[in-house]
Design a protein around this ligand. Structure first.
Ligand SMILES: Cc1ncc(COP(=O)(O)O)c(C=O)c1O
Length: 315
């Protein structure tokens, strides 16, 4: 009867959760009703946990090492002990992907402080948890790529740098920003810092192509180090002289950003999408620009053919 209740939980939201590993369950399950955590795990009631998301592309895992680097950095900043060594995490992630049998999808994984109390610091002797979910990924409308997105400066304060660079399970500002944008009939929000420099979006980075043909990305000291942005910046440096005049990672004042020719949204789920309007004013000519498309294609090729960044899934 309890399992029937758990199964009914998503009756109104057909989910695409294909396989789930839990150190607490001791293995991998494929029935979403069994993809559960104990309520007293501190990741649930205190947000003491970290996560990361990577992609399965054409039967391979893309850029997992970069995502694991960030995951372990976040765990360290959150004072979370590792539930198992990195190599074992990598192996469990690949094995869970194999059980899903999916050749395209998303992989999200978490470290939790573990169960044992309802206090703040982890319970004495608490066992940290490790969880891996293979799922359908966040889907965005095609119109984001063909027509572009419309965004607003959020009224919610940007996270202080320590919390912004840590990918923890505390996404309240990010959630509020998306809700605020939705209510305004827009696609997403943008955080701006106290100095008036551009930050990032809810679960994506932003970057700009200036009238001078230079790709500019905000510094990563007060925003999340997007694995997609970092890789795209590397790829973009390879097309300086042809597609671009330069690549810079700098503080970007809002006024300078607004005067850009193109504004880009960048992330593992969205890849590269054009932003055509910010605070009801057009960016450039108000239409998706050529660099958004060219950089998306560059990244797309890397995701399919970047053999040094693709890990085999043992299907
Ligand atoms: C706050 C935030 N910024 C940026 C990103 C983009 O990072 P990535 O390219 O690794 O998906 C994400 C998503 O992970 C995020 O949550």
């Amino acid at each position: 009867e309890i399992v029937a209740h758990l199964r009914a939980l998503r009756a109104r939201q057909p989910v695409r959760y294909w396989a789930f590993y839990s150190s607490q369950l001791g293995g991998i399950v494929t029935d979403p009703a069994l993809m559960v955590l104990p309520f007293d795990d501190h990741i649930v009631h205190r947000g003491h946990g970290v996560f990361d998301t990577a992609a399965i592309v054409n039967g391979k895992i893309y850029d997992l090492e970069a995502h694991l680097d960030r995951f372990l950095r976040s765990a360290n900043l959150s004072r979370l002990p590792l539930p198992c060594p990195r190599a074992e995490m990598r192996e469990i992630i690949a094995r869970t992907a194999a059980v899903s049998e999916k050749r395209d999808g998303s992989i999200r994984y978490w470290i939790s402080a573990g169960p044992g109390s309802l206090g703040l610091p982890p319970a004495a002797g608490a066992e940290p948890g490790f969880f891996v979910m293979i799922f359908g990924g966040l889907a965005y409308p095609d119109s984001w790529y063909t027509d572009g997105l419309r965004v607003m400066t959020t009224t919610y304060p940007i996270k202080p740098p320590l919390y912004a660079v840590t990918k923890s399970t505390n996404y309240l500002p990010n959630v509020l920003m998306q809700l605020e944008a939705q209510e305004a009939g827009l696609d997403n929000g943008v955080f701006v810092d106290e100095a008036g420099h551009v930050g990032e979006s809810s679960n994506m980075n932003v970057a700009f192509v200036g009238e001078d043909g230079v790709l500019r990305h905000p510094k990563f000291d007060h925003i999340l180090s997007g694995c997609t942005s970092l890789r795209l910046l590397e790829l973009a440096r390879g097309v300086v002289g042809s597609l671009l005049r330069g690549v810079e990672v700098v503080d970007i004042p809002v006024a300078q950003a607004r005067a850009s020719r193109e504004m880009l949204l960048i992330g593992s789920s969205v890849k590269v999408a054009p932003i055509v309007e910010w605070d009801r004013k057009p960016i450039g000519d108000g239409r998706p620009g050529p660099l958004a498309r060219a950089l998306r294609e560059l990244l797309g090729r890397d995701m399919h053919e970047g053999t040094d960044r693709l890990i085999d899934v043992p299907y």
